[in-house]
Structure formats: C-alpha cells, structure tokens
Design a protein around this ligand. Structure first.
Ligand code: ADP
Ligand code: MG
Length: 212
C-alpha cells in the first residue's frame, strides 16, 4: 500500500501527516518505509532525529528524486507500507510518484486561497488515471482553527464537493501545538502524549488503511 502526501501548496501539513502516519503504522508493528521526495528533506530529518535519539520504533526512511516511481516500486517489494512525502507544487517527483501510488492524499487548509489550488491537483489526478487507473484521491482538512463558530471546515467541505473524484476524509486535523512539538522531537503526537491529536491520526489511519 503506497500512500502519497502531496499538493499544490507548501505548509499544508503534508510532512506532519506523513510522519505521524508512518509512526502510527510502525507502532502497529507494520513494516513501513517513509520515502521523502521533497528536496527540503524534512521527513528525512525527522526520521534521522528518531535514529539519533534512539526512539523506538525506528522508522526506515529513504530519499529519492526524479523518476521516483521506480524507487517506490523497489522499496514496496520489501516494505508493504510506503508513506511518500512530496514537496509542494506540481513537481516531476509528484507526477512520477502518482504513477505508483494507491492513494493520493492532499492536506488542505480550510481557506479560499488553498481551495483555489485544488482544481489543478484534480486535473493532475484525472490525467494520472490514464497510467494508474486504480488511484484513489482524498483531501484531508488540515490545521483547522479550533473555534467551531467559524465553521471554516464546513465551508471547505462544501467547496470540495465540486470535485467528485476527490473524497473528503471524515476527520478534521485541527491546528494544535502538539503537531509542532512532536515534529521538533522526532516524535508522533501519540508519543508526546496528546490524546486528542493522537485520536485524529488514528481516525485518519483507519480511513486510509482500515487499521484500528
Ligand atoms: N495540525 C497542525 N497544527 C499545528 N501546526 C501544524 C499542523 N500541521 C502542520 N503544522 C506546522 O505547520 C508547518 C508546516 O507543516 P508541514 O507538515 O511542514 O507542511 P508541508 O509538508 O505541507 O509543507 C510546520 O511548522 C508544522 O509543524
Ligand atoms: Mg513537507
């Protein structure tokens, strides 16, 4: 199972969700590899911190660029779960990774500026179906402001209904300091002991992988 985090924009939570999901799967004793295809290398830095601090479980991590589909297929022979972290933008790496992905997951901040970028990613999704007919695409609302009165997430869910090829994940990832604190420590939100954030990741994992 290859899950790819990508999207037009930077700073939407791709690396945050990729690292937390990889940690979740590893904690379930599932054999997961985190594949960083963003030249910024943040996911690799996170995995490296775990290694340096001897955090368990260790999470195997690799980096790739260019025609990353080949690298994904190769790693997938050894590791049944691959979590791919792409950089922001319609990059060559993203296009290549889409050929090898089972699920394309786009974190999106619930703001109009971010929603305007979905159209291009939806076009890329549709083009990819020509070479990867089974690709499933979902959007996950990320960094959702805590104040429910604003209902920004509700507006975003409504706007995303314009894209029937993109399923909206039935979980909101809220804006929580725990996600930033965990990243700094090379940890997941479960490992730093934030139960509400950990529940969000658990629910996202159940949606994406059907694991409990
Ligand atoms: N749900 C969240 N709540 C609070 N901060 C977050 C959340 N998700 C991401 N961040 C922070 O926002 C910044 C961008 O997130 P990141 O995962 O690096 O995005 P991307 O990989 O899409 O560029 C980072 O500083 C990260 O710690
Ligand atoms: Mg990133």
């Amino acid at each position: 199972m290859v899950i790819l985090f990508g999207g037009e924009k930077g700073g939407t939570g791709k690396t945050t969700l990729a690292t937390n999901l990889a940690a979740f799967l590893a904690t379930q004793n599932l054999d997961v590899l985190l594949l960083d295809i963003d030249p910024q290398g943040s996911a690799a830095t996170w995995a490296n911190l775990r290694w340096r601090y001897s955090l368990r479980p260790q999470i195997p991590c690799a980096q790739a660029n260019g025609d990353v589909a080949q690298a994904i297929w190769q790693h997938n022979r050894k590791h049944p779960y691959i979590v791919v972290d792409a950089g922001g933008g319609n990059t060559a790496e993203l296009q290549s990774a889409l050929r090898a992905a089972d699920v394309f997951c786009m974190p999106i901040k619930p703001s109009q500026l971010d929603l305007w970028t979905v159209q291009r990613m939806d076009e890329l999704r549709a083009q990819t179906l020509g070479v990867n007919a089974d690709l499933e695409t979902c959007a996950v609302l990320s960094m959702v402001p805590a104040d429910p009165k604003l209902n920004e997430a509700g507006h975003a869910v409504t706007a995303l209904q314009d894209f029937p090829g993109i399923q909206v994940a039935p979980v909101l990832i809220q804006d929580r300091k725990a996600y930033r604190d965990a990243a700094r420590a090379g940890k997941s939100v479960a490992e730093i002991g934030d139960p509400r954030a950990a529940r969000e990741i658990l629910r996202l994992a159940s949606f994406l992988f059907g694991v409990e």
